[in-house]
Design a protein around this ligand. Structure first.
Ligand code: ARG
Length: 465
């Protein structure tokens, strides 16, 4: 099959080098974006006189028909296996198919450009579309977190630090914590998306071109508000990909953390949640098993995304300007990060919507005297005992209870008063999860009114999108 180069070569490419260097199996994903760019390019060539009007129109028609042929719902479906060996990359594929359709006129499409600027242009366009899909999927996921918060609004759970019971919190507060973290991820990705708004075409191989390429027209056609200001940066830099994958990696870090919480909650040891059968898996050996594989795969797959970020960073480090073929290795990492994220968000949203809560197990988790030690401390502080003195007093009472294998709550008032004279009979009211959460008053705290207000605000905020 024809290459996009070859004039200065005496021999064809060795088949082993073909195998080694061809990239269609990855960059076929750019087919649609690249055809869109080609259509804009063909129109532009007609306006500038590099093509006649009728040549331009014919090319546009041929490209549009290629688009219909080559872009079914899943582009992979239509790619004959043989093409992977026949065509070096997506650019070569389009060029050859176009020449089949439009005859030798097809040879004019590549006027004034290089694959170096083309591949960046197509990838940016691809990213813009995919990231706006991801933004929508993040929103759906946030809505499923909000719904989990609303469904669990009356439930309390033993909040943990060091994976040891700390203080009672509303389970909804826990879900809203993730909602908030994910919101920041969404904003980070939106900022990265804003930087995609740049037309890099016209950079040609590295230096720009002497041909009268109309970049303003191209920008308008393709929906860009900014035009490249340095052709060398445009063909060299993959910071836009690195930034997006770094934003995705942070998102995956959060998803993985959430997955871990759910794995623990789903364990018989805690037993706080039940996963819908449609989102759980069994064991080929142990008939009783029902496993949380969705969450384990999320936790595991996060490592793949972190690896992709590392790939992109190391790929560019020490790479002289401008384009080097090394940069071809950016696409597997980039595409895979974006594609895996979309799917992960889909499955997580669905799984979360099917999670139910075990109210009794959650209730049991907060029936432990030690969870209220901090409330006792704050009670003493309210009674004007200096903070560290109060801390010491409650600590010693706790020590006493542990030594005597008794719950703290079972200490008599005279026993409490041995540790601080400020203890009164009302101390026993404190051993209660509702009293504990309701006592919190700071902004952002787990007070039920605050949490309810948060749920309301999030609902308005998420519905506004
Ligand atoms: N497959 C190449 C890549 O992904 C396309 C650009 C090739 N350019 C070149 N001068 N060989 O980076």
């Amino acid at each position: 099959m024809k290459k996009l180069w070859g004039g200065r070569f005496k021999k064809g490419m060795h088949p082993v080098l073909k195998c080694f260097s061809y990239s269609l199996y990855v960059d076929y994903q750019l087919l649609e974006s690249e055809l869109e760019i080609d259509i804009a390019w063909a129109k532009m060539l007609g306006r500038t006189g590099l093509l006649t009007k009728s040549e331009s129109a014919k090319l546009v028609r041929s490209l549009a028909s290629l688009m219909r042929e080559l872009i079914p719902s899943d582009p992979h479906d239509k790619l004959p296996k043989a093409w992977l060996q026949d065509y070096e990359d997506v650019h070569t594929l389009i060029q050859s198919r176009l020449e089949k359709k439009a005859g030798s006129l097809g040879k004019k499409i590549h006027t004034g450009r290089s694959r170096n600027d083309l591949v960046v242009a197509s990838t940016r366009l691809w990213a813009r579309k995919k990231l706006s899909e991801i933004q929508k999927k993040i929103l759906v996921f946030q809505k499923s977190l909000l719904s989990a918060a609303a469904r669990s609004r009356d439930l309390k759970i033993a909040g943990m630090t060091h994976f040891r019971k700390a203080q009672p919190v509303l389970l909804a507060h826990h879900f809203l914590a993730y909602l908030e973290m994910i919101e920041e991820d969404r904003a980070r990705l939106a900022a990265a998306m804003a930087r995609l708004d740049l037309l890099v075409l016209g950079s040609a191989a590295l230096a720009g071109t002497s041909l009268p390429i109309d970049q303003k027209f191209l920008a308008r056609e393709l929906g860009y508000s900014k035009i490249v200001t340095n052709s060398m940066a445009a063909v060299s830099d993959r910071a836009f990909m690195t930034e997006i994958v770094s934003g995705l990696a942070i998102l995956w870090m959060h998803l993985s953390r959430l997955a871990e919480d759910f794995i623990l909650w789903n364990s018989e040891y805690l037993g706080f949640i039940e996963i819908d059968d449609a989102f759980a898996t069994g064991s080929s050996l142990m008939p009783h098993k029902k496993n949380p594989d969705v969450f384990e795969l999320i936790r595991g797959r996060a490592s793949v995304i972190f690896g992709h970020l590392q790939t992109l960073l190391v790929l560019q480090k020490g790479l002289p300007l401008t384009y080097q073929r090394d940069l071809q290795e950016d696409k597997p990492a980039f595409f895979d990060s974006v594609n895996k994220t979309g799917l992960a968000l889909d499955v997580l949203s669905l799984t979360l919507n099917g999670v139910t809560f075990n109210a009794e197990a959650l209730k049991r988790s907060v029936e432990e005297d030690a969870l209220y030690a901090t409330d006792l401390l704050e009670y003493l502080v309210e009674k004007k005992i200096p903070f560290s003195e109060a801390h010491e007093a409650v600590g010693r009472a706790m020590r006493f209870a542990i030594d005597h294998r008794r719950p703290l709550e079972s200490l008599g008032l005279h026993e409490f008063r041995r540790f601080s004279k400020a203890f009164g009979a009302d101390v026993y009211n404190l051993f209660n999860e509702t009293v504990s959460v309701t006592a919190k008053r700071t902004k952002g705290s787990t007070h039920p009114e605050r949490v309810r207000a948060q749920i309301k605000q999030w609902r308005i905020r998420l519905d506004a999108h």
